[in-house]
Every structure is written in structure tokens, then in C-alpha cells.
Design a protein around this ligand. Structure first.
Ligand SMILES: [Zn+2]
Length: 318
């Protein structure tokens, strides 16, 4: 995504920092102000698993669940490796900047099924590396499974990278590579990993193909971009606010069965209460009960308690 995942400081800091970095030719190791605020304090409480590739940080966040975090790019994308006895699900494949397959191979020898929380470029970057990729049966998914370059290039624009890109990374060639969907999924499908069953919950809204994964035995809800701690992006042309409202109400109804919510950006763990708060917050916004603040480029931000939404400027205010 070419726009900022955290609000406010990014554009300003880029205006100052990026010019300087490019003028001096120091784009190799970048440290824009957003990344000077890292690590986020929540990570100090998580169990980190050492991995050789410094592009990724891996945390064991639940039994046989690894969060694979990319702190060196502004999106701070998080993918999840969920292990059963016979198979594993890789929920998202990140930016495609580091070698995610090499990391997953170190974490498990099980066959890996890739599923995507949705097919925005920052969640599908390494899909191409895997033989088994399940996709939601939507036109949006089919379109995104083709190669594309503009969104990927925007992710490495000035101010987007924190520290060094991986050795050998080819900036000019960076693109989202195409992938082949081996099985089409629908709402309510479940995936048997051997001793662990993962349910697919269609949660359209952020995109038409957004899903959450639910592990009912462990009470884990992998919420993709439908919920993560931080401003939730609801401004893209493919976003459907009515569908999003329905989806978050569905997740709120699931809250009593959830022990941990695992989102796709910034921080991998959140308590189940965020689900009820999310639905209530969105309802207030839709009912016109929340004042917004400008957030640049025709966008506004709504804050309701700990929940924030980044949305288009309402038509009435344009
Ligand atoms: Zn997204």
C-alpha cells in the first residue's frame, strides 16, 4: 500500500528525511522517524524465536503458532504460521522483500498451505514461492494473482524502509509476482491440519476477499486487516463499508469463543474485547456520532477509544 499505516508523522517526516537521504545518496540504510519509535513496547512481552534472516522477527504467540513480523518496512506486516500435526497454514506471505519460504522451512518441515487474509500486495508478496495456495473465490483475488509492480514499488519509496533491505534485494525489479491458486475457498470452509481444524470466515469490507481464520479449539481469531491495533484502512476503492459493518458485527458475535485476536499489522496480539469494541466503534462512525480529524490526501481519521479508522473524507465535506 502506498499510503501510511500509522498516521500523522509519516508524511511530514518523509518530507524532511527522504529528501536528505536521497540528496546524500544514503538510501541503503534508512531510518525514518516512524522506525525510530520501534520496537513497539508490546513485543518485549512476547516469546521471540531467533532466526537468521534479519528482515524478519519471529514470535511464538500461541501453541504452535508463529507470528512472522516485518519491522523494517512501514506496513509492519505480520504473517502467521499455524501448525497442525500433518500440515501447516501460512496465513499471508508478507511483502516479498525477505525470503519467507526460507524462514518457514526453518520453523516447520510440514507441508505448507498458503492462505491470504486478503490479496493486497503487502500480504501476498511471497505467495509465488509456495506450491499450495488457497484463495477466496472472488474476482478481486483472481485479478490480484496476476503480477503487479506499482503497489510494490510504493512500499520501498523514500521513508518506507527502516534500516537495510536484505542483501541482494533488487530495488528496481521489486514487484508482486504472480501466483497460482490451487483451491478456491468459500465462507465456512474448514481446513484440517491434523489435530487442529481452522475455519474460514469471510469478512468482506476492507477488500471483497478479506477473511479471518478461526481456531475454535484454541480460541484464536486471525483477523487480517479487518482488525489490527492501529488505524484500520477503509478508504480504498475496493473497500465496502456496509460489508465491513456486517463483518465486524459477525466477529463481535464470536467474541465469547475467542481468547486471542491476531491481526495482520503492527502488533500480533490483542484481547477478545477488541471485537465488541470494533463493531460498536464502527457503528458509531456510520451513525455520524464521531468527529473526524483530517489525515491528508482526502482522508480522515476517526478515533473511538482504542479503535481507529482511516477513511475517505465524507462526501458532504468535500
Ligand atoms: Zn490490506
Amino acid at each position: 500500500m502506498p499510503v501510511f499505516r500509522q498516521i500523522g508523522i509519516h508524511l511530514l517526516s518523509c518530507a524532511i528525511f527522504c529528501g536528505a537521504a536521497f540528496a546524500s545518496g544514503q538510501a541503503i540504510s534508512e531510518k525514518p522517524p516512524w522506525c525510530q519509535k520501534l520496537p513497539r513496547p508490546e513485543y518485549s512481552k512476547l516469546h521471540r524465536i531467533p532466526v537468521a534472516d534479519t528482515w524478519f522477527e519471529v514470535y511464538k504467540v500461541a501453541p504452535d503458532v508463529f507470528a512472522i513480523y516485518e519491522p523494517h518496512q512501514f506496513e509492519e506486516t505480520i504473517s502467521y504460521l499455524i501448525l497442525g500435526r500433518e500440515r501447516a497454514v501460512l496465513f499471508d506471505t508478507g511483502m516479498g522483500i525477505g525470503d519467507l519460504k526460507a524462514v518457514t522451512t526453518k520453523l516447520t518441515t510440514l507441508p505448507v498451505i498458503v492462505l491470504n487474509s486478503h490479496t493486497h500486495n503487502d500480504h501476498v508478496g511471497d505467495n509465488w514461492q509456495f506450491d499450495t495456495v488457497y484463495g477466496m473465490d472472488t474476482e478481486f483475488t483472481r485479478q490480484n494473482a496476476k503480477d503487479s509492480k506499482a503497489d510494490a514499488q510504493a512500499e520501498i519509496a523514500p521513508g518506507e524502509i527502516c534500516g537495510a533491505l536484505p542483501a541482494g534485494f533488487d530495488r528496481a525489479a521489486y514487484a508482486t509476482r504472480p501466483w497460482h491458486v490451487t483451491k478456491w475457498l468459500h465462507d465456512g470452509d474448514s481446513i484440517d491440519l491434523g489435530g487442529r481444524t481452522i475455519e474460514v470466515i469471510a469478512t468482506p469490507g476492507h477488500t471483497p476477499d478479506s477473511i479471518c481464520l478461526f481456531d475454535p479449539a484454541k480460541g484464536l481469531l486471525f483477523s487480517g486487516d479487518t482488525y489490527y491495533p492501529g488505524p484500520i484502512w477503509l478508504f480504498r476503492p475496493e473497500t465496502d463499508l456496509a460489508a465491513y459493518g456486517k463483518s465486524v458485527r459477525r466477529l463481535a458475535a464470536l467474541q465469547p469463543q475467542v481468547k486471542l485476536v491476531l491481526g495482520a499489522h503492527n502488533v500480533p496480539v490483542a484481547p477478545p474485547e477488541v471485537l465488541g469494541e470494533l463493531a460498536a466503534a464502527f457503528e458509531k462512525v456510520q451513525a455520524g456520532q464521531v468527529h473526524y480529524k483530517p489525515a491528508g490526501e482526502g482522508k480522515v481519521i476517526y478515533e473511538v477509544g482504542s479503535i481507529t479508522f482511516l477513511m475517505k473524507l465524507p462526501t458532504s465535506a468535500r
